[in-house]
Design a protein around this ligand. Sequence first.
Ligand code: NAD
Length: 411
Amino acid sequence: MLPVNRMKPQSRASSSWSPSGVDLADSRRKPHFLWRTIFTALLIIGCILVLKHSSGHRVTTAFSQHEHGVTHVLVTGGAGYIGSHAALRLLEDKYRVTIVDNLSRGNIGAVKVLQDLFPEPGRLQFILADLGDAKAVNKIFSENAFDAVMHFAAVAYVGESTLEPLRYYHNITSNTLVVLEAMAAHRVNKLIYSSTCATYGEPEKMPITEETPQHPINPYGRAKKMAEDMIIDYSKKPGMAVMILRYFNVIGSDPEGRLGEAPRPELREHGRISGACFDAALGIIPGLKVRGSDYETADKTCVRDYIDVTDLVDAHVKALHHAKSGNVGIYNVGTGKGRSVKEFVEACKKATRAEIKVEYLSRRAGDYAMVYSDPSKIKKDLNWSAKYTDVEQSLATAWRWQKSHPNGYRL
Ligand SMILES: NC(=O)c1ccc[n+]([C@@H]2O[C@H](COP(=O)([O-])OP(=O)(O)OC[C@H]3O[C@@H](n4cnc5c(N)ncnc54)[C@H](O)[C@@H]3O)[C@@H](O)[C@H]2O)c1
């Protein structure tokens, strides 16, 4: 028997069949098939894109969108001493704040204080990240809508920088490059940069103005100067608004006692004079070691310009207000008055009412004799001047916090 063709007869209108098995209408069907294939492929690509998008956890939050009338500031190093005080002031002034810190030197306790003070959604978020991790930084910028950056994060001890220079160039200079690249990629145009009088080195003439030539004499100052140079070069990009603030020696703490200065115990050796003074008053260390008593100053000890942290953060807020597109503002932030280490120690003894033993040692590498600012430019341009100029008073405020927090932010 011949095999029966069981194929269903097809309507002539739709197709024809030939004994050779070749569909004569195939050539006419091909365009439909092609379009169907393209359509399916596009559908699959679309699904993949949607899946990818949703698996990237791109959640919309107050931080991820610009909001009219709200300025969202990225505060790098906001778990640190100055950064936390700046974040507090910004939050009080109704800014939206994102703190990025790797907690290498800062305190999560300071962030907790801020979170407790500003628990409302959309006010403050903390992101644990290292600015040396360009991928992480880029992700932070892609997920958040920043209007401005205050870049505080840095390692910041002159003595340590002479022992570990590469760490300083990496942490200060190359991390600033990472921040600038992320700002460029995500079109964030406003930057307030934490610089330092250490970029001037040991100038011949006092007081130091912004025109004083910068010849830093230690890796810390050089790393900051390089970061400044990069920022200034990059600021020529249209739309950039940059303020570089060169702080002198920062002391004090929040007058309401909410925040303080709490460096890691292991950093005490490299620490700043106010920390050492409090440690001596608390009996944590046997006394104060003053490095250098043969400088060419009135009482032979170093002279510094001590600026209260409350004044300093006020300068940042004013700098943020006055930052203009196409402009780089460079300002000294100091009181304009120099105080010797001896004077400082006396103020510390009075503020703490403690008997503090003082031992005079040889000079510390990388230190300079006399540094104080001429703050007239910042007064003229930003209408800022220091208000908390009584060192003893600033130390007394900081001492109150120290006494009530003998373990820093640790409970
Ligand atoms: N304290 C002063 O007297 C003084 C003077 C002049 C300039 N400055 C500058 O002010 C800024 C703040 O100084 P501070 O005294 O508050 O120091 P700090 O050590 O208290 O704070 C610095 C913060 O930056 C964070 N940080 C460091 N490296 C980081 C990284 N790679 N990624 C993320 N976070 C990182 C630390 O964890 C810390 O919380 C620094 O840039 C410093 O150079 C300070």
